[in-house]
Design a protein around this ligand. Structure first.
Ligand code: HEM
Length: 406
């Protein structure tokens, strides 16, 4: 890191290919500048752990909702993905957010999530069987596609109640839709919109079936809540938030698995500690979340207040750099060291406050079930080529991690 770089240059460097590949030296430089960094008359970047926590928990900071879509994307109503997005709880403020989120949360019960554990174990084992078969002669297998991508999307299908026969068609659509978080290129929008339209049609048809014939799944539970007579969850609110569950829950968890696995590939002792039981799977997963957060940033709109000595207004765009907060040396000793035995507090990786990740328990469960199975099954798993990073800024992860399993 060039010590002469000013904060704005550091932030610009974050969106270059090199900055995306490894933002951590840039974050370290930003921590030396301060907790909140002004990058123009109307924008701040929040990098300190405590300041990020404050922004996420203080209801004065609002998310950009449909009213603000008009400013950033005029004509957004012509795009099905934004029409759905305008109902996503991620993009709603109180009181609408509280109403819809609390109804969805009623179906996201610990019983429903905990009940997925046997299915997660079974799906993991089947995927590991496939990797073992393909790699039995020593040829490379590709972890990101063969495991990290297939596990979360299959688990979400299981949670929602998507029949097995439909899942093949469903998976690529879920992946296309997830592109909405990283639109650098307007040419990507048609594929995202097409996925949004097809998924909504799919959920509409599935909801009709589940209304006639409810099952033990999340969609049936949500329909029962929507139909409970007080009209507090409209069909569109329900169906649009089903597409949110896909985009919010799929690639994020894929990246938790990939980022954690790459840590083990680079440092086999970290994997041996989980294999040998000296580090619990839960502690390992928590440190992966901190060390290489699958979600690197989120944003809010400011209000008239002070944050770590910086004056904000209702015009201020506030980017909270979660990945930087997780490496704040004021909070975590030697933050660049992977250490699952830390006791310094939770990472910010699932956010905080009203929008705290509704799927956090599920993502943690997937990680704690999958990692010990993967590591136990393949004691000699090793890299078989260069990892390929996804060129994303908000979500951090890999496209390919080739390995040999014997
Ligand atoms: C490792 C995996 C995951 C990570 C790192 C993650 C991260 C996050 C973060 C940071 C937020 C808050 C965003 C903000 O405040 O602006 C969030 C919200 C959310 N997440 Fe997750 N997530 C993960 C997995 C999941 C899963 C598995 C699901 C669903 C099955 C899910 C569903 C959601 C939803 C619906 C929200 C919006 C909540 C609201 O706005 O009230 N996430 N997630």
């Amino acid at each position: 890191m060039d010590p002469r770089m000013d904060p704005t240059e550091i932030l610009t460097s974050l969106s270059t290919p090199a900055g995306r590949a490894d933002p951590y030296p840039l974050y370290a430089a930003l921590h030396e500048v301060g907790e909140v960094i002004e990058v123009g008359p109307r924008d701040v970047f929040v990098v300190g752990y405590d300041a990020i926590n404050t922004v996420l928990r203080d209801p004065g900071f609002q998310v950009g909702d449909a009213a603000s879509f008009d400013n950033v994307a005029p004509g957004w109503q012509a795009n099905p993905v934004f029409v759905q997005g305008a109902d996503w709880i991620l993009n709603l403020n109180a009181p609408r957010h509280s109403r819809i989120r609390s109804l969805i949360a009623r179906a996201f019960t610990p019983r429903r999530i905990g009940g997925l554990e046997p299915a997660i174990a079974k799906i993991s084992d089947e995927l590991l069987d496939g990797m073992a078969d393909r790699g039995a002669d020593g040829s490379p297998v590709e972890f990101m596609h063969d495991f990290a991508y297939l596990l979360p999307v299959t688990v979400i299908c299981e949670l929602i109640g998507i029949p097995e026969a439909d899942r093949e068609r469903f998976r690529p659509l879920a992946r296309d839709l997830a592109g909405v978080f990283e639109i650098h290129d307007p040419q990507a929008l048609p594929a995202i919109n097409a996925a949004a339209v097809e998924l909504l049609a799919y959920f509409t048809a599935l909801a009709a079936k589940r209304r006639d014939d409810p099952r033990d799944d999340l969609l049936s539970d949500l329909l029962a809540i929507a139909d409970s007579g007080d009209g507090r969850l409209t069909d569109f609110e329900l169906l649009h938030n089903m597409t949110l569950l896909l985009v919010a829950g799929f690639e994020t968890t894929t990246n938790l698995l990939g980022n954690g696995f790459q840590i083990v590939l680079l440092d086999p002792a970290a994997g041996d500690a989980v294999r040998g039981g000296s580090v619990s799977p839960a502690a390992f997963v928590e440190e992966v979340l901190r060390f290489d957060s699958p979600v690197q940033l989120t944003s809010r709109i400011g209000y008239d207040t002070m944050l770590a000595g910086v004056t904000l207004t209702g015009e201020t765009g506030v980017a909270t750099l979660i990945g930087a907060g997780n490496r704040d040396p004021r909070k975590f000793t030697d933050p660049g060291r992977f250490d699952p035995r830390r006791t310094e507090g939770s990472p910010l990786s699932f956010g905080g406050g009203a929008h705290f990740c509704i799927g956090a328990a599920l993502a943690r469960l997937e990680g704690t079930v999958a990692f010990p199975r993967l590591l136990g099954r393949f004691p000699r798993i090793a890299p078989a080529g260069e990892p390929v990073r996804r060129e994303t800024l908000l979500l951090r992860g890999y496209d390919a991690l080739p390995v040999t399993v014997i």
